[in-house]
Design a binder for this molecule. Structure first.
Ligand code: MN
Length: 283
């Protein structure tokens, strides 16, 4: 099932995207939570129930729905740096022996189709195509063997990065360089985990104005999703709806000769096999 969150007069509500429209899941079946975090937390049985309700309902035209980011207010956005060996080397780093973890603030989320806004205080804003895992059931100290059962869905993400902040400021402002408003696009929808049999065998691409800039496969991840969840949850409790950006393959703009940075009018697309295309203009 493809899941989104719609803006409605009654607040944000979870919906299923179908071929011919979208279905407000709680209206289709009152037992299905209207809040997408609660829906993801409820587990695979509730996801199956929601999918059944969506299949029986009369969908509304997709154009009649205003889509928010699929998780409008995640509690946490956890990101992994240098998780593809070739990308680490193109930036002048050796592949790390343990995951390199940083975060974005929830205020950075952005829905598909909405503009990445270039801040006037950065001249070096870059793209990073990434697989995003969305936490369903939360937890602390999650063993690696159980970790994928805590993932409710997957989607495309763009870890938009102001390189002059991330790398150029004293000490390296990884948090600030990665968390300007609009720097966490994800979507265009969530694909529930039952439809992603192997998250570590997916082609992943980034196109800038139609030109392919990144083209790899999630099989190249140094630290796979289950290991990342075990690693991070040893430190903090993961919550339903938390986003895990798993790192980007080679081809980012700052490592190119000459360097490529986002300009107003650009369009950035992140495409992952089976997860659709996340497209954002740049303003
Ligand atoms: Mn990244």
């Amino acid at each position: 099932m493809k899941l989104v969150t719609c803006h409605t007069p009654r607040g944000p509500r979870a919906a299923a995207l179908l071929e011919n429209g979208a279905v407000d899941l709680n209206r289709a079946d009152p037992d299905v939570p209207a809040c997408i975090k609660q829906l993801l937390a409820a587990g695979p049985e509730m996801i199956r129930r929601a999918a059944g309700a969506a299949a029986r309902a009369a969908p509304s035209p997709r154009e009649s729905m205003t889509l928010l980011p699929p998780i409008p207010s995640p509690e946490k956005i956890i990101c992994v740096g240098l998780n593809y060996a070739d990308h680490a080397r193109e930036g002048g780093f050796e592949p790390p022996p343990e995951p390199v973890i940083f975060s974005k603030l929830p205020s950075a989320v952005l829905a598909d189709g909405h503009p990445i806004v270039l801040p006037p205080i950065s001249q070096e804003v870059d793209y990073e195509a990434e697989l995003v895992a969305v936490i369903g059931r939360g937890g602390r100290n999650i063993p690696r063997s159980d970790a994928l059962e805590h993932v409710a869905a997957y989607c495309c993400g763009n870890d938009v990065s102001a390189r002059d902040w991330q790398l150029g400021k004293p000490g390296g402002q990884w948090l600030l360089g990665k968390t300007f408003d609009t720097f966490a696009p994800f979507g265009p929808y969530l694909v529930t985990a039952d439809e992603v049999p192997n998250p570590h065998a997916l082609g992943i691409r980034c196109r800038l104005n139609g030109q392919t800039m990144q083209d790899s496969n999630t099989s190249e991840l140094i630290f796979p999703v289950d290991e990342l969840i075990a690693y991070v949850s040893a430190v903090c409790t993961l919550a339903p709806g938390d986003l895990l950006y798993t790192g980007t393959p080679p081809g980012v703009g700052f490592a190119r000769e000459p360097a490529v940075f986002l300009q107003p009018g650009d369009v950035v697309e992140v495409e992952i096999d089976g997860l659709g295309v996340l497209s954002n203009p740049v303003a």
